[in-house]
Design a binder for this molecule. Structure first.
Ligand code: GLC
Length: 629
C-alpha cells in the first residue's frame, strides 16, 4: 500500500454479519488500494479519507443488503472464476417490450430461451425512462426504478431469480455516460440546485463548446447534430453527446462516481450478474481531444471493478466501447489492474460483414492479427447484429481519409442494396461524409440476403442466403468469446421499415416486435424458420462440447493462401480450426495448414458436403479437428 492510501475502515462493515464481514475484509485486500490508486490519479486530493469513509459505508450497506442466494453465488464464482469463459455461455439480447411486452412476459418465455441454449440474457434498458422518445430506454430517468410499463422492481428481481434457476445469467444495461433530461438530478439542476448542476457539464456560452466541437466527432450527425444542447432554465449549454435528452454526467465530480457506484451495487443486488457499461469511452472530457478513451476513463473503470468486486465478486463488467482496435483492448486492462471482464468485439463484427460484402478476408485477417492480446481472465463478446448499427469506422480507422471514405461508401451502398450484385436489404445510417459514425442497419436475415431471396421466391437464392447465415454463425460461435445472439435473428426476422420511419432513427429497422407466430413454426424443418433454428441449435450444441472454445484460449487468425477464406485457429489440447469461405464461389481447400491440421481432418459441423478437405462451397464453414482414427 502506498502512503496515500487509507486502510479499509472496518467500522463501515458494522451493518454486516460477522461471517460476511470476514469475506468482505478478505476481498477488500488488494481491491481497496487498487481503487484508491486509480481514483487518486483521477481526482487527486478531492478523494480524501472522509470521501473514502463514505464509500466504505456505501459498500457496507450494500453488502448487508445483498440477498443470501447472491452471496452464495459470489462464493461459488470466486471458486470458479472462469465460469463465464466456458463454451456453454450463449448470450441473447432483447428489448423487453418488443420481445414479450413486459418483464413478466420475459419470465414466461424463459423456456424458449432455454430451448435455444441461452445462458446469458441481456435486457436492453429496463429503467424508468424519458417520457416520449427515450433512445430505446437509453435516456434513463431513474436507475433504481423499473419503467412502469415493463413492470416493477420486484418483477425484475423475480425474473433474475427465475433465470438463475435455469442457469441463465442476467445482464442489465447500466447507462453510465448520461442520464435522461427527466432524471431527478437534471430536474434539480434545472431548478438551480448547484449540487446537481455539478453532476453535468453546463456552459454559460458557446465559447467552450465551440472549441470542443472542433475536435469532437458526432455520434448522430444526421439525427442529433452537435454535442451540446441549449437548456433555457440553465441559460446555458449542456453536454449531450447522444440525443439532446441525454445529458452527459460530469465524471470529473467524485460525487458522480459515488452515486454511480451505488447504482452498480443496487443492480448487482437486484440479481444482475453482468453490467453492460453503456457508452463507457465517453466518460472523460479533455479539451482538444475526441473526448473518448481518455486515461481517466480507464482509471474509473479500474476503481469501479475493484469496488464492485468487494461486495459482489460474481458480477462482471462489460464494456460497450465501440472504438477502434488499439483502444478497444485497453478496456480489458491488459498489463495493469483489470477493468472490464468483457468487451464487445466490434472489429470482428464489422469485419465479418465487410468480408461478406467483398468476398475477401485479407483485411479482416490482418485487423484481427494486429489486435493486442487480451488478458486470459477476460473474454470478447462476439456478435453479428445488435440493436445498434454496424459502425464502419471499426474497420476503416487505420486507412487514409480517401481510402476510408471509399470503403465506407462501398459497404454502406452494398448493405443498402444499392450496388449491383448486392444481396442485402438494409439502410445506411448517419451518412454524413467523412464521419467515423457511418454505419448500416438491418437484421441478420435482411443483410444476409434472405429478405430479398424470399421476396423474389428464388429457391436457390434462399439456399444461398441460408448458407451465408450459417457461415456467419459458424464464425460467431467458433471464435471463442461469448457469442451474443440478437432477438429474432434465430428465426430470421426481417427489417421493420415502418418502425424505422415512425421513430425517425434507422436502428429501429432491427427492433421489430418479436413475431411469436413465426417462432411457433421453429420445429417444422420444412420452413425457413425451422431450418434456421435447427442449424443454430446444432451449432450451439457443438460449441458447448468443444473445450478449445473456452474464452481464455486466444484465437489465432492464420494467413491462408486463398483470398476468400478466413482461418481461425483455436489451439489447446483439443484444437479446432474454423475455416470459413466468404467468397460467393467455391474456394480450394488451403494447401498449407499448420500441424495438426496438415493431415486427415474431420468437420465438427459436418454439413454433409463431401470430405473435410474437399474444396469449400460458396459460404461454407467448417470446424476442423484432427482425425485421430
Ligand atoms: C449505446 C447504445 C445505443 C445508445 C447509446 C446512448 O451505444 O447501444 O443504443 O443510443 O449508447 O445511450
Amino acid at each position: 500500500m502506498d502512503s496515500r492510501t487509507v486502510p479499509f475502515p472496518d467500522g463501515a462493515l458494522a451493518p454486516v454479519t460477522a461471517s460476511r464481514r470476514a469475506a468482505l475484509q478478505r476481498r477488500a485486500t488488494g481491491r481497496w488500494s487498487v481503487a484508491q490508486r486509480a481514483l487518486a490519479a483521477v481526482y487527486g486530493e478531492r478523494v480524501d479519507p472522509a470521501w473514502w469513509q463514505k464509500v466504505a459505508v456505501l459498500l457496507g450497506r450494500r453488502a448487508a443488503d445483498r440477498p443470501d442466494d447472491l452471496w452464495v453465488l459470489d462464493a461459488e464464482r470466486e471458486g470458479a472464476p472462469d465460469w463465464f469463459q466456458q463454451p456453454d455461455r450463449i448470450g441473447y439480447s432483447l428489448y423487453v417490450d418488443r420481445f414479450a411486452g413486459d418483464l413478466r412476459g420475459v419470465a414466461d418465455r424463459v423456456d424458449y430461451l432455454d430451448e435455444l441454449g441461452v445462458t446469458y440474457l441481456h435486457l436492453l434498458p429496463v429503467f424508468r425512462r424519458q417520457p416520449g422518445a427515450s433512445d430505446g430506454g437509453f435516456a434513463v430517468a431513474d436507475h433504481a426504478d423499473v419503467e412502469p410499463s415493463l413492470g416493477s422492481w420486484a418483477d425484475l428481481q423475480s425474473l433474475a431469480r427465475r433465470l438463475r434457476e435455469r442457469g441463465i445469467s442476467l445482464c442489465l444495461d447500466f447507462v453510465v455516460n448520461h442520464t435522461a433530461a427527466a432524471h431527478r438530478w437534471a430536474e434539480a439542476a434545472r431548478r438551480g440546485d448547484a449540487k446537481y448542476q455539478s453532476y453535468y457539464l453546463v456552459y454559460p456560452s458557446r465559447t467552450v463548446p465551440d472549441v470542443h466541437e472542433q475536435a469532437l466527432p458526432q455520434v448522430f450527425p444526421i439525427t442529433a447534430p452537435g454535442n451540446f444542447t441549449y437548456v433555457p432554465e440553465l441559460e446555458g449549454w449542456v453536454w449531450t453527446t447522444f440525443y439532446p435528452i441525454q445529458w452527459d454526467l460530469n465524471w470529473a465530480n467524485p460525487e458522480v462516481f459515488e452515486e454511480m457506484l451505488g447504482v452498480a451495487l443496487q443492480l448487482a443486488n437486484a440479481g444482475a450478474e453482468i453490467l453492460r457499461l453503456d457508452s463507457a469511452p465517453f466518460l472523460w472530457k479533455r479539451m482538444g481531444t475526441t473526448c473518448k478513451n481518455q486515461p481517466e476513463v480507464h482509471r474509473i473503470l479500474e476503481a469501479l471493478r475493484a469496488l464492485v468486486g468487494i461486495v459482489a465478486p460474481s458480477v462482471l463488467l462489460k464494456a460497450e466501447a465501440i472504438v477502434s482496435p488499439p483502444h478497444l483492448t485497453s478496456y480489458l486492462g491488459l498489463g495493469g489492474p483489470r477493468q472490464c471482464h468483457l468487451a464487445y468485439h466490434n472489429t470482428l463484427m464489422a469485419g465479418l460483414w465487410m468480408a461478406l460484402a467483398t468476398g475477401s478476408t485479407a483485411r479482416l485477417t490482418s485487423l484481427l492479427q494486429e489486435m493486442p492480446p487480451i488478458p486470459k481472465d477476460t473474454a470478447w463478446v462476439t456478435y453479428l447484429r445488435c440493436h445498434d448499427e454496424i459502425v464502419w469506422g471499426a474497420v476503416t480507422h487505420d486507412l487514409d481519409g480517401a481510402t476510408a471514405e471509399s470503403l465506407c461508401n462501398r459497404l454502406s451502398l452494398f448493405y443498402a442494396g444499392n450496388t449491383s450484385g448486392s444481396f442485402s436489404r438494409g439502410a445506411a445510417f448517419q451518412t454524413a461524409p467523412n464521419s467515423p459514425s457511418r454505419g448500416s442497419n438491418g437484421t441478420l436475415a435482411s443483410l444476409a440476403g434472405l429478405e430479398a431471396a424470399l421476396e423474389s421466391s428464388d429457391g436457390e437464392a434462399v439456399e444461398t442466403a441460408l448458407r451465408r447465415i450459417r457461415l456467419m454463425y459458424g464464425v460467431l460461435l467458433g471464435f471463442g468469446g461469448i457469442p451474443m445472439l440478437y432477438m429474432g435473428d434465430e428465426i430470421g426476422v426481417m427489417n421493420d421499415w415502418d418502425e424505422a420511419e415512425v421513430r425517425e432513427d434507422g436502428r429501429w429497422l432491427q427492433r421489430s416486435l418479436f413475431p411469436w407466430d413465426r417462432a411457433g413454426t421453429r420445429h417444422d424443418s420444412r420452413t425457413v424458420v425451422g431450418r434456421l433454428w435447427r442449424l443454430l441449435r446444432a451449432m450451439i450444441g457443438r460449441r458447448v462440447g468443444t473445450s478449445s472454445l473456452h474464452a481464455s484460449i486466444p484465437t489465432v487468425p492464420l494467413d491462408v493462401d486463398v483470398p476468400g477464406l478466413l482461418a481461425l485457429l483455436r489451439p489447446g489440447p483439443e484444437p479446432v480450426l474454423v475455416l470459413a469461405n466468404f467468397a460467393a464461389q467455391p474456394s480450394p481447400f488451403p494447401t498449407a495448414l499448420p500441424a495438426p491440421f496438415d493431415g486427415p481432418v474431420d468437420d465438427l459441423l459436418d454439413a454433409g458436403d463431401g470430405s473435410s478437405t474437399a474444396p469449400m462451397r460458396a459460404y461454407a464453414v467448417r470446424w476442423l479437428v484432427p482425425d485421430d482414427h
